[in-house]
Design a protein around this ligand. Sequence first.
Ligand SMILES: [Fe+2]
Ligand SMILES: [Fe+2]
Length: 183
Amino acid sequence: MNTSTKPALTDIKTIREQARRNIEEGAVTSGYSANREVVIKQLNDALATEIVCVLRYRRHHFMARGIHAQAIAAEFLVHSNEEQGHADMIAERIVQLGGDPDFSPESLTVRSHAEYIAATNLSDMIKENLIAERIAIDSYRELIQYIGTEDPTTSQMLKGILAVEEKHADELADLLVDLPSKV
Ligand SMILES: [Fe+2]
Ligand SMILES: [Fe+2]
């Protein structure tokens, strides 16, 4: 095995000295190698995306009508609550990184990757949610690739969220298959 490609380990004395510097930065140490401003900006865009998804799913939960609606409306509520959980995790991570989570309603839809489409019938609701999930999946995958190995905690969080978005998309695709046309 070629060990020369492995990064050198820092000695304890240096680690201790580095930890004492800039202690007001909390979890962000001198070993943090990602571009913090870019990561915070991207996380804020992801936060906006999650909030828009919370609102869209919520609207669809209350607006779902018809005999096929009950189970689907319940699913929309579950998704909405899970998107809220993602928003909370992302906001917490932004603060850990020394940033400000942006909850400003004015710029939400501008910053969000996914759109807020009101939709009025069940099949449009499912389709729009599926499209939004597919947008979220691609955005998260790209951000995970951008971060690489430079911020393992953020990367791990995003991978967890990505797995849930994939589950959401899969469930919506199933709902669409089961749905008779014209509902
Ligand atoms: Fe989400
Ligand atoms: Fe989702």
